[in-house]
Design a protein around this ligand. Structure first.
Ligand code: MRU
Length: 358
């Protein structure tokens, strides 16, 4: 399956070439494919905050390259460049609040910086670390795809239909995707007849990105409004809901795109299995439960306007970007270190002590 996944690779969101970070502008997809060149750390922070690049894993990878750009600029300024770099770490940290990979990647870059040997060339070391973060995410995607497919096979042979939410594919990661990597793998193995993609209001990651990615690979996809999900579970033979995560707390509560929680409630009601697919870098053991996860809220104009035009009454609006699915609604969390069925604090702690499976 690994080779067939690699062969099917068509879309990517991020490229590091000759010391420049190129990001595919996801705001204009699928109508236009514009690449934005980031040469300064401020470009990267702006790209993350304004959703040029989105999806927790690729946000973390972008931030790691952002640190390389920042270090290059600070070294050129002279003086105590490592002290000056702290302001750049802060800028990147503030770019988005929920995506745990962002903080994980920045911690890893800072840690690497702290272990620099006397004679080492700092820029080369930081660049190698960012590339390693990028590469390991790609590898993790492949491992998770295999584990997720094995689970689907174990539980019912064929998944006639899968429902997914937001975009968790190549655009959201350094490789093939988390949840969408499992979907891709299951399709390659002949185990999926149809994928239902929630459109994912208000940014439409489902209709603009997931449907586009799947269509590019010829995977049968049907788009639906978010509020059709329960009806689809009841009437369309859905056997799995498969989603990604932005942050997983120590007890297995999962923060993901707004609407995920209600999918989990509906899945339990309909006897549909619920799978969360995310690299272990999403798990933050310092957060005891979902209540401790910082949750992003965006501008209410995202709900009140479309293309700058008001949609109706000038009222207040509430625009939470993520919600928390309690661990007890989750059948399984798939990571590159292994799977956890019926997650809880003890099982997550055990998983975090393990090495990666590849
Ligand atoms: O606001 P977004 O588009 O960054 O939200 C993305 C999600 O919620 C994804 O499900 C999550 O980051 C996992 S991506 C592999």
């Amino acid at each position: 399956m690994r080779d067939r996944l690699l062969a099917a690779e068509k879309v990517k969101a991020i490229d590091w070439r000759d010391g420049v970070l190129y990001l595919l502008d996801q705001r204009s997809l699928p109508f236009e494919e514009n690449w934005i060149a980031c040469t300064r750390v401020a470009d990267v922070a702006e790209a993350i905050g304004s959703m040029v690049v989105r999806g927790a894993p690729v946000i973390g990878i972008s931030a790691a390259y952002g640190v390389v750009l920042a270090a290059r600029a600070r070294m050129a300024e002279g003086g105590d460049w490592q002290a000056a770099l702290e302001a750049d770490f802060a800028l990147l940290t503030e770019a988005r609040p929920t995506a745990a990979n962002l903080f994980w990647a920045l911690d890893r870059m800072r840690d690497r910086l702290g272990r620099l040997k006397e004679q080492a060339e700092p820029l080369a070391v930081l660049e190698a670390e960012a590339i390693a973060i990028h590469e390991s995410d790609r590898e993790a995607n492949l491992t998770m795809a295999q584990l997720g497919v094995d689970l689907i096979r174990k539980h019912q042979g064929n998944a006639q239909a899968i429902l997914t939410h937001c975009n968790t594919g190549a655009l959201a990661t350094g490789g093939f995707g988390t949840a969408l990597g499992v979907v891709r793998g299951a399709y390659i193995e002949g185990m999926v007849e149809r994928v239902y993609a929630d459109e994912t209001r208000p940014w439409l990651q489902g209709s603009r990105l997931t449907a586009w990615e799947l269509a590019c690979e010829g995977i049968p996809v049907t788009l639906n409004v978010d509020s059709a999900a329960a009806h689809i579970m009841k009437t369309k033979g859905v056997t799995w809901v498969i989603v990604g995560a932005d942050c997983i707390a120590a007890n297995g509560d999962v923060a993901n795109k707004i609407g995920t929680y209600q999918l989990a409630v509906c899945a339990m009601h309909h006897g549909v299995r619920f799978m969360v697919v995310a690299p272990s870098s999403i798990i933050d053991m310092s957060l005891a439960s979902g209540d401790d996860i910082p949750m992003e809220e965006r501008d209410k104009r995202e709900l009140l306007e479309i293309g700058g035009k008001g949609l109706g009454a000038d009222v207040d609006a509430f625009n939470p970007v993520f919600d928390v699915t309690p661990a007890d609604l989750i059948d399984v969390i798939v990571t590159e270190k292994g799977i956890i069925e019926r997650p809880d604090t003890a099982k997550l702690a055990q998983l975090m002590c393990r090495k990666r499976l590849h």
